[in-house]
Structures are given as structure tokens and as C-alpha cells.
Design a binder for this molecule. Structure first.
Ligand code: NDP
Ligand code: 2IT
Length: 447
């Protein structure tokens, strides 16, 4: 890479010390788009990349709440409003003890380009708190959500910023947050997405990220002369994204052989059955159980500590969290004959792992393209709320399928190289998204 690139990255690191996740996301993106950036003198003069890596604003605040024993508690929360060139800010809220500004900046940065790829009018944002919802009662979660929204409501709005869920934030949390917003504002507007069906939510939002990821994976395989069906799929996570990716994989005739949580993974050599999948959904969504209990309750399922990447498979789908698949895991997957790796989570593969996949002819679907189905259906939820209609499951799924196909094709167009059999989806996603955002930034002038 050029001196200008090195200067750009070292400047970014100097301005944002210790924010390693943010550095990683920017480096991954900039390494794809820098040749285009440098070749466009206008972009350089207008400092498009320098401005694009500086959030519009970060709101940081304290959330005080009272636990069930009457103790005063306090957490930190943030909303990173990164870029609004393409539409109102849009992106999830994460509740997890590891949340900090670096994590939310990497997620907000990725969200700009993911949202651009959907073709819908959405800017990029992310937010959350270091609050740990695990082990908290419903009432404690409610009090926390209400306190968080008491502050956040000043900064969001249906045409300003529309948060949604992410790790630790599902329908329960969104309902508490939304209920408090409409109470304070005395207006019913689609200011949050991922709402329950009875509260104005969209059909298929819950399933959208996992289903969309599998649709994307199928397009990658088809593009390279292969069909989906019969492959062994190793999935990490057992949350919203993982559960519905697994179900779509099963529906398409693939065998889901692993699922995980932060304690370890389960191995199901014969593949998850429909009945087992329903039991797992109940365990995770209703009983707040651990994946180890799933192995205790089912036959043909064993629990193991660590990550699932040592299990031989043709498709790997990391659907839990960032940097959960490192270089040595990538090496093992490649040696075991993996064909495709599709990111359901955001940045689950380390930079070195991605490098391995790209240099070994493995089909690699980057998160900002492969997991865009969730935010896309959030966009559909905003549209339905705005025009006061509800589309059927069939209609939303059809729109989701067509949108995932469009994203895939945008990546193919920008990521195909003469003489290379394998499409570079990581480059393709970055370049296609950058072109869209940069064109808008250029048009707006000095903003
Ligand atoms: P959930 O909270 O529903 O599930 C998260 C899953 O990942 C759980 O099984 C959890 O296990 C596991 N996990 C979380 N953190 C860790 C960790 N540090 N180490 C190991 N396992 C971990 O979240 P989602 O399914 O919604 O999100 C998963 C990923 O997908 C995230 O990267 C998110 O940003 C991304 N994503 C989500 C979208 C959505 O619409 N929800 C859309 C696009 C991307 P445990 O219960 O033990 O913590
Ligand atoms: O990472 C993501 O795309 C999400 N967590 C979903 C964001 C949204 O606004 O639906």
C-alpha cells in the first residue's frame, strides 16, 4: 500500500488511541477502497475517507436504575451517529458487558456500508450499553430500558435516528424501549424497529438476518457453479441470527452440525432435526438456557468447550460476535475442506483469518453484505409504519430474497477480477458501498 495509505491509517490510530476494533474495521475497508480513492483526485481533495471515518457525533451518557433489591446501579451507554448521507441514522443497540466506544464505532462504521448495500435510504449508526441483561429479572431489564430511553429519546426520531436490536437486545428490550418512547413523546411513530408483531413490528424481522445470510450463501455457491443442499454447516452462536440461519439451512437441505454460546459448542454429527431446532429455540428464547443443557436433553448431541471451528464442515457461519474466528481456526477449516464462509455476525473473522480464506480460494461472504437482511427488513418495518400498513410474511420474505440477490450482484459486479475464478466479495462489498456513499458526500459539498 502507498505512503498516503500508511499516513491515513497512522493518523486514524493516533486520533483514536486504543480503539482496536475500530482500527480493524477501517483498515479492512480502506485496504479495499484506497486504490479507487487515490485515483480520484476530487475524493482526496475533499478528504472523503478522512471525513467518513469521523462519526457525525457520539452521545455518551449514564444510565441509573434500581435493581430488585433496591440497590442503585449505573451503567454507561452511547449512541454513535456515524453518517447520514444516505438517510436517517439506522443501526442496532447492543447490551453486553464488553461494549465500549471502540466496539460501537466499528459497528457504526460497518453499518454505513451495510445500509448502503441494501439500496434503502438509511445512514449508519450503532449504540448500546455495558449493561449485562443475563441474570436480570424482566422488571430490572424494564427499569434499565426506561432509564436509557429517558435520555436517548432526545436524540432519535423516525426521520432522525431509528435504533433496533443487536446482541442482548431482542423483542423484550425493544418493547420496553418503544413503550417508554411513545409515552414520553405522546406520538406513535416507527422510531425503533424489531418491535413485536402486536406493537407494529414487521413480519420476518426476527428471521431476517439468519435467513438473509443463508440466501446470500446460496447465491455465492450458485455463482460458482455449486448448489446448496447436503453440505455440513458449522454455525456459532445460538441467538437471533444463528437460530434462523440454522433453520433456513435445514430447509434448504443442508445439515447443521454445530451451534454455540459463550460457554462452548454442541456437535450434532447427524445434523439438527426440526424437533431439536424447536427445542433449542424454546431453550434459548423462552427459558434463557445454556447450550450445554441442550446436549444434556437431546440424543446424538455432545457439548464441548471452546469454539466449533475444529469440526469438519463445508460451510462455516460465524453468527455470535466479533473476532470469534482467528487465523488458526481459518487454517483448520481450510485443511478440513471448507468451501464457503459466510459472516452472520459483524466482523467475526479476524483480518488474518479473512486473508487466509481469500488466498485459498474459499468463498467469503463479508458481514456487511451477508448479514444485511436484518437491517433491510428493519427498513421495510420503517416503511410499513410510515404508511400505516402491514405486509404479509410472504410479501416481506419475497422482498428480502430479492434484496439479498441484489446485494450479492452488487458485490459480484464490483468484486470480479479478470482471470480470477472466485469473486472477491469482501472487496466487492466495500467498493460498491463506498462508491454510493462517496458520491453522496461529494454532492453535498463541505458538510
Ligand atoms: P443474540 O444476543 O441474540 O445472540 C448472541 C449469541 O452469540 C449468543 O449465543 C451468545 O452467547 C453469543 N455470544 C455473544 N457474545 C459472545 C462472546 N463474546 N463469545 C462467545 N459467544 C458470544 O445476538 P444476535 O444473534 O442478534 O447477534 C449476533 C451477531 O450478529 C452480532 O455480531 C450482531 O452484531 C450481528 N448481527 C445481528 C443482527 C440482528 O438483526 N440481530 C443483524 C446483523 C448482524 P451467550 O448467550 O453465551 O452470550
Ligand atoms: O448489525 C445490524 O445490522 C443490526 N444489528 C440490525 C440493525 C437494524 O437497524 O435493524
Amino acid at each position: 500500500m502507498s505512503t498516503r495509505y500508511e499516513d491515513f491509517i497512522s493518523g486514524l490510530k493516533k486520533r483514536n488511541p486504543h480503539q482496536t476494533e475500530f482500527h480493524q474495521a477501517v483498515e479492512e475497508f480502506a485496504s479495499s477502497v484506497f486504490p479507487i480513492y487515490e485515483a480520484n483526485k476530487g475524493y482526496c481533495k475533499e478528504q472523503i475517507l478522512e471525513r467518513l471515518t469521523e462519526p457525525d457525533r457520539i452521545i455518551s451518557f449514564r444510565v441509573s436504575w434500581e435493581d430488585d433489591e433496591g440497590n442503585f446501579r449505573a451503567n454507561r451507554a452511547w449512541r454513535v451517529q456515524f453518517n447520514k448521507c444516505l438517510g436517517p441514522y439506522k443501526g442496532g443497540l447492543r447490551f453486553h458487558p464488553d461494549v465500549n466506544e471502540s466496539v460501537l464505532k466499528f459497528l457504526g462504521f460497518e453499518q454505513i456500508f451495510k445500509n448502503a448495500l441494501t439500496g434503502l435510504p438509511m445512514g449508519g449508526a450503532k449504540g448500546g450499553s455495558n449493561f449485562n441483561p443475563k441474570g436480570k429479572s424482566d422488571r430490572e431489564v424494564m427499569r434499565f430500558c426506561q432509564s436509557l430511553m429517558t435520555e436517548l429519546h432526545r436524540y432519535i426520531g423516525e426521520d432522525t435516528d431509528v435504533p433496533a436490536g443487536d446482541i442482548g437486545v431482542g423483542t423484550r428490550e425493544i418493547s420496553y424501549l418503544f413503550g417508554h418512547y411513545i409515552r414520553m413523546e405522546n406520538r406513535w411513530v416507527g422510531v425503533l424497529t424489531g418491535k413485536g408483531a402486536s406493537c407494529g413490528g414487521s413480519a420476518v424481522r426476527k428471521e431476517a438476518t439468519g435467513w438473509g445470510c443463508m440466501y446470500f450463501c446460496e447465491h455465492m455457491l450458485n455463482q460458482h457453479g455449486e448448489a446448496l443442499g447436503g453440505q455440513r454447516v458449522a454455525i456459532s452462536g445460538a441467538g437471533n441470527v444463528a437460530l434462523y440461519a440454522a433453520h433456513k439451512a435445514m430447509e434448504k437441505g443442508a445439515k447443521v452440525i454445530t451451534m454455540s454460546d459463550s460457554d462452548g459448542y454442541v456437535h450434532i454429527p447427524e445434523g439438527l432435526t426440526e424437533e431439536q431446532w424447536h427445542n433449542l429455540v424454546k431453550l434459548k428464547e423462552e427459558d434463557d438456557g445454556r447450550i450445554s443443557e441442550f446436549a444434556e436433553n437431546e440424543t446424538g448431541v455432545t457439548f464441548h468447550e471452546g469454539k466449533p471451528w475444529g469440526v469438519s464442515c463445508e460451510i462455516a457461519m460465524p453468527c455470535a460476535t466479533q473476532n470469534e474466528l482467528d487465523e488458526s481456526a481459518a487454517e483448520t477449516l481450510i485443511n478440513n475442506g471448507v468451501v464457503a464462509v459466510c459472516e452472520g455476525a459483524n466482523m467475526p473473522c479476524t483480518a488474518k483469518a479473512v486473508e487466509r480464506f481469500r488466498h485459498n480460494g474459499i468463498l467469503f461472504g463479508p458481514g456487511k453484505a451477508a448479514n444485511a437482511g436484518g437491517v433491510a427488513v428493519s427498513g421495510f418495518e420503517q416503511s410499513q409504519n410510515a404508511i400505516r400498513v402491514s405486509w404479509s410474511r410472504e410479501e416481506v420474505d419475497e422482498r428480502l430474497q430479492s434484496l439479498m440477490k441484489d446485494i450479492h450482484n452488487r458485490c459480484v459486479e464490483a468484486g470480479s477480477r479478470e482471470g480470477q475464478k472466485i469473486v472477491d466479495y469482501a472487496d466487492g462489498a466495500n467498493i460498491a458501498a463506498f462508491q454510493k456513499v462517496a458520491t453522496a458526500m461529494h454532492a453535498y459539498g463541505v458538510v
